[in-house]
Design a protein around this ligand. Sequence first.
Ligand SMILES: Nc1ncnc2c1ncn2[C@@H]1O[C@H](COP(=O)(O)OP(=O)(O)OP(=O)(O)O)[C@@H](O)[C@H]1O
Ligand SMILES: [Mg+2]
Length: 235
Amino acid sequence: MLLEVDGLHAHYGKSHILHGVSFAVPRDGIVSLLGRNGSGRSTTLKAMMGIVPPTSGRVRLGNIELTGRRPYAIARHGLGYVPEERLVFANLTVRENLAMGVQRSQSGERAWTVEDMYTYFPRLRERRDVNAGSLSGGEQQMLTICRSLLGNPQVLLIDEPTEGLAPKIVEVVMDVILDIRRRGVAVVLVEQKLTIALRIAETVFVMGHGEIVFSGSPEELRSREDVRREWLQVA
Ligand SMILES: Nc1ncnc2c1ncn2[C@@H]1O[C@H](COP(=O)(O)OP(=O)(O)OP(=O)(O)O)[C@@H](O)[C@H]1O
Ligand SMILES: [Mg+2]
């Protein structure tokens, strides 16, 4: 396993949010974290990134212990993060935002280039000299994904990338995620849309009340109507 999350606990002040979250991500794999609103999916990603420092538990990437490190150090070691809130530098252009994301590739893989990003999202090429603050929500989402990819992560954590996107763009984002995996980057995908997770992930983890309540293949989850009814909105 490339990335191992083991017994993660996290708190916001006195509220105990994560209760021992454990899962693993294989090299070149896509895993998805599913669950209802408030089940702790975003907090899991933030705890892995050190943004909400875990109160106990461990996160390991290959041989590197990430637990207790600062977010920038965790990013430098190879965890990329696309947060729920689109994070762009509003007063910088698209091109400048992309330039800010560039970091050398850690593995032997060919590094991602700004040109790759424009190929994925031609809309960003068209708007490369526009300030990011005046992009639409969907365009800001694309830009956030691209910025994270240009950091050449070994694992990309993506929080609801298709939220609020037009169906056509959702398809593009899914193709990009599949291409990311083909190029050797593992993906942890937090999704609200069950159909998307079932289509692209090899393993799905369902969260409820800050714990993993189901793990299995998409086929297994498809056959578990009870799990879907109890822990996901869709029956
Ligand atoms: N900054 C915060 N301070 C206090 N409580 C928080 C904070 N952020 C989240 N929580 C609480 O932690 C719990 C888990 O939230 P989290 O954001 O991880 O859920 P989620 O599964 O990502 O759901 P969604 O994104 O749909 O809201 C919720 O009860 C939420 O209210
Ligand atoms: Mg969330």
